[in-house]
Design a protein around this ligand. Sequence first.
Ligand code: EPZ
Length: 417
Amino acid sequence: MDRLVIEGGKRLAGSIQVSGAKNAALPILIATLLTDEPCVVENCPTGLRDIRTTVRLLESLGKKVTVDGAAVRVESTGSLKTQAPYDIVQQMRASVLAAGPLLARFGLVRVPIPGGCAIGLRPIDIHLKGFEAMGARRIADQGDIIMSAPRLTAGVLRLRFPSVGATENLMMAAAATPGRTTIKNAAREPEIEDLGRFLSKLGAKVSGAGSATVVVEGKVKLSGARHKVVADRIEAGTFLIATAAARGKVRVLGAEAAHLEAVIAALRKAGAKIGSGRGWIEISMDRRPKPVAVKTAPHPGFPTDLQAPWMALMTLATGFTKVRETVFENRFMHAAELARMGAQIAVSGSAAVVAGVEQLSGAPSMASDLRAGAALLIAALAAKGRTTIQRVYHIDRGYEAVERKLARVGARVERVK
Ligand code: EPZ
């Protein structure tokens, strides 16, 4: 029931370090189910709730997991179970990614169908269709999906939408399936590239990860590996946008500009100065942002996970901004909370129009999901006066020690237990 209390109106200055990417660490940790050999995953954001849930998932399936700072060691304890527990899948949808490795290795898996969440219904039909195209049979039973196949077969899979999760699940299944599997219309996110690197270290041959066509040559027995998780581009983008809203000059360490091209382009259009080099991006902003319309899309388009932070920035723009959300059907929950701070936003279906105001004012608010929470934090940093944000557990799912990191660049953010 923690809350964050923010005194707004402070310019941000200095440097801030991003953690490893949650959305890369999750599939990579789950991919350790593909081997009985020990794996070490480094630069893992172990302070995040979702990483702790993933550790519990691996332990519930029979792995021995040791967490040492940002390094997670995963070892075999003998046999693996092929059923993911409901209480864990219910807490974290990404647990459904265990299906690929278990089905490919053991010809059987039982996973609870993940329910919807605040941002959308989030079905898994593309995952399931892909497994069926690899020869699996599917039945539904008491809220679970049971997939079985004496042995999956390699082949050509075409996704109806470049789903991140489906691409990851099918890449993992293909890594443990002899032969050549081609995934067409695959997701191209940097986290997919990172998973591809890890699967290659386990011994699969992976090419094209990060492009629309991924080719995996799998094999039955995979080895162990040591891997450093890529930096979290969404965390980095959040800090860049926060600096643009609160004004100031901040260097974000660990971030790769190549992973944030659409966001950096939008920030420049809004009037920010941006410099970058290997492993850092620096932003400086000393005025109200100009209105810059965004439309979210799969990578390399504008990331849906930064749509809410972007809207928060545009509440302060010198004009009207159109924000379009094309990836999730219900991802404007933050608009009503931002309006409590004086923002002017009209939502209609998958589009929102934001009329920029000179100044926001602090107010009690509530996070409805992870990135909506980030948007409230950004608005609070720019607002006059004090803001409290409740349901911080949403923010803790994706931002490690956010109040400590922001305090290092001069923000007045406190966690109240
Ligand atoms: C991943 O979710 C991320 N989560 C999300 O980040 C991110 O928003 C999303 O990709 C898009 O970039 C993790 O990596 C753990 P999708 P995922 O499958 O894999 C529909 C955050 O804030 N769809 O690409 O679930 C789906 O409903 C989180 O860190 C189907 O219809 O995303 C959605 O509308 C939130 N059928 C769209 O595709 C399917 O079988 C994109 O989903 C699969 C997806």
